[in-house]
Write a protein that binds this ligand. Structure first.
Ligand SMILES: CC(C)(COP(=O)(O)OP(=O)(O)OC[C@H]1O[C@@H](n2cnc3c(N)ncnc32)[C@H](O)[C@@H]1OP(=O)(O)O)[C@@H](O)C(=O)NCCC(=O)NCCS
Length: 170
């Protein structure tokens, strides 16, 4: 059984915020403060946040804003002890399905130019380079790459999503 078959992706609750914040802290030089997640969960009707759970443990999380006709990935992380086991892909599949469910045409995100791991994950998921935002990250002035999927109903995306769904059942 694939490990990810034992990892469930579920809506994030306020009770998950401490564990999510800990993964953020382990993953980013400037993590979102815990109250930012609380505000998003309580007050942002355009936001969707999910966690990946192995048993009761939160091992990853991801967020999406539904902006006009696109799903914009806002934040995304997997606990260092659980990386390279397909959980990032599983979270991204869930965000893609949320985007499709609300009628978004495509998905988009920003990623640090130095973040090759995340870029490799996104490219494998159909995201292509769409642009660059100079000094996007205010903590250290690093540029962001903008990456965007083809239309979510494009044959290439359908095939990627079908492969990812199939991977979870293996
Ligand atoms: C990026 C991140 C979410 C990936 O999560 P993950 O669960 O390890 O990803 P997966 O196991 O699903 O990896 C899927 C594919 O992405 C690519 N990938 C993931 N990590 C990689 C790495 N360190 N180096 C190169 N490629 C990598 C590979 O193609 C991988 O497939 P493979 O394992 O079959 O080779 C995780 O590394 C992380 O939390 N990083 C810190 C936070 C972060 O950068 N978030 C994104 C902000 S934009």
């Amino acid at each position: 059984m694939a490990l990810t078959a034992r990892v469930r992706v579920e809506p994030m609750t306020l009770g998950d915020v401490a564990a999510v914040h800990e993964i953020e802290r382990l993953s980013f030089a400037t993590p979102w403060p815990a109250h930012a997640f609380e505000q998003e969960l309580r007050g942002n009707r355009l936001a969707r946040y999910v966690v990946a759970r192995a048993g009761e443990q939160v091992v990853g999380f991801a967020g999406l804003w539904l902006m006009v006709d696109e799903g914009h990935v806002t934040t995304f992380g997997v606990h260092p002890d659980w990386r390279r086991q397909g959980i990032g892909r599983q979270l991204l599949l869930n965000l893609a399905e949320l985007s499709i469910a609300i009628g978004a045409r495509r998905m988009t995100l920003e990623v640090r130019v130095s973040n090759e791991a995340a870029q490799a994950l996104y490219r494998g998921f159909g995201f292509d380079l769409a642009g660059r935002r100079a000094r996007y990250y205010t903590d250290d002035g690093e540029d962001a790459l903008v990456m965007t999927t083809p239309a979510l109903d494009d044959p290439r995306m359908r095939e990627i999503l079908a492969t990812e769904r199939e991977r979870l059942t293996r």
